[in-house]
Write a protein of this length. Structure first.
Length: 142
């Protein structure tokens, strides 16, 4: 089995609604997303001969996802009052809402799903919230 890995990062702010701790407050991270894709054989012909996937295409696909979140305020649906959200929008802030709590664990699954939908055979996605705090998602093999 061949495993290829690449990384991309983005900066964003978030908070964890109803969390009992300092992460309940708005704060920022430089998130790093690392993806491992797998393949049991290499391409045998054409410009991708000797490759599982083209690294440049893999990086481009991941970067498209991370770039969309860069320098944004990411939040869970319903985590802000409508008036607060409206005020932030009026100020021109880039707000991105997800149907899940914006944790490293949930983002690992999010990036796994998005890259799988893009056609990659994803083995693992890891999201670094900090250089020392990492959440990974690997699908059940059942």
């Amino acid at each position: 089995m061949y495993i290829l890995s690449t990384k991309s990062d983005f900066d964003s702010a978030h908070f964890l609604k109803d969390y009992d701790g300092k992460c309940a407050n708005i704060h920022g991270h430089r998130w790093t997303v690392s993806i491992d894709v797998e393949g049991s054989k290499l391409e045998e012909s054409g410009s991708y001969r000797g490759m599982v996937v083209d690294f440049s295409e893999l990086k481009k696909s991941l970067r498209k996802l991370t770039k969309a979140l860069d320098h944004a305020f990411i939040m869970e649906e319903g985590s802000l009052k409508a008036s607060t959200r409206a005020a932030l929008e009026e100020e021109g802030f880039k707000l991105i809402t997800f149907p899940f709590r914006p944790t490293a664990e949930n983002f690992a699954k999010y990036f796994y799903d998005k890259m799988s939908e893009a056609g990659y055979k994803v083995a693992k996605v890891s999201v670094y919230e900090t250089p020392n705090n990492i959440a990974s998602y690997v699908p059940d093999k059942n």
